[in-house]
Write a protein that binds this ligand. Structure first.
Ligand SMILES: [Zn+2]
Length: 280
């Protein structure tokens, strides 16, 4: 999965004293794209360093991965600042689809984009409209006028493997992702995670479920989400009544007929594989 970067490890605790040096890795972001050097022959990826970015000089600390520190360049302007030789802007999808190495750089990109989205969406205080400032002690944005403190937000979401004996409920979304998926959705305010599982399965397929058991989680990041995977069993009538506004396909599929996704980054794929292999 995307966060499986062993033996590397993400350390996302905030370090207000962190300062860039010439070799610090910089995440430059522009409208959903990252400034990177991709070598397609070797399927490798590189971030620009402070040295590469020449005269640019405003950085915000993000996190480190096994000692390598990542910073963000909040004011980088691709029209005015120097784009280093060999670097270009790439989408998150391109990053994943090329299956690039090192894997922890792909994961770092997905983690960085969540923090960057949060910084960019909270430049101004949501209560009084004044310009926010960086907290000096923790990962937070503070309003100097009214004192409102804004912390990063993560959206909880579930992925559900619904079993019916030797079959698993597979879905395909109406738009976007073309491969097999599982029922998935975000937790609503006031809901338990288990209730999210029951509601999403019912909304998308009309099925009731029982024996809900937790499997594992995945920081996914595209929607600032933390995905929590659950298996459960269909309860009662197994007739699927698909939500056609969201799905174009929802079917019971036998273990041997399950077609996995082409890449191994997602919790959804791992959960389908666990079932296919007879483990779950
Ligand atoms: Zn304020």
């Amino acid at each position: 999965m995307i966060q499986d970067i062993y033996p590397k490890k993400l350390n996302n605790s905030y370090n207000p004293a962190a300062k860039v040096n010439d070799n610090s890795l910089i995440v430059v972001h522009d409208a959903g794209k990252f400034l990177l050097k991709i070598d397609e022959d070797n399927a490798t990826i590189a971030f620009p360093t402070v040295k590469d970015l020449k005269d640019y000089n405003n950085y915000i600390y993000l996190f480190q991965v096994s000692g390598e520190e990542f910073f963000y360049a909040p004011d980088f302007d691709k029209e005015k600042d120097v784009i280093p030789d060999g670097f270009d802007f790439y989408t998150m999808k391109q990053l994943r689809n090329y299956y690039l190495n090192p894997k922890h750089y792909v994961f770092a990109s997905y983690t960085a984009i969540q923090l960057i989205d949060w910084y960019e969406a909270n430049r101004f205080c949501g209560k009084c409209g004044n310009k926010n400032e960086l907290s000096k002690t923790e990962r937070a944005l503070v309003c100097p006028s009214c004192g409102h403190v804004r912390y990063p937000r993560i959206n909880p979401a579930v992925i559900v493997g619904v079993r019916n004996g030797d079959k698993l409920l597979l879905t395909k979304y109406r738009t976007g992702f073309a491969h097999n998926a599982l029922v998935a959705g975000f937790t609503e305010i006031g809901e338990t995670i288990e209730e999210t599982v029951e509601r999403e399965v019912l909304e998308e397929t009309g099925l009731h479920v029982k024996n809900i058991t937790y499997y594992k989680s995945q920081p996914w990041g595209i929607a600032s989400d933390i995905l929590m995977g659950f298996y459960c069993d269909v309860d009662g009538d197994d007739t699927i009544s698909m939500d056609e506004s969201e799905l174009k396909y929802a079917q019971w599929v036998s273990r041997e007929d399950i077609e996995l996704q082409p890449l191994e980054y997602s919790l959804t794929n791992e959960m389908m594989k666990q079932f296919k292999d007879g483990i779950k």
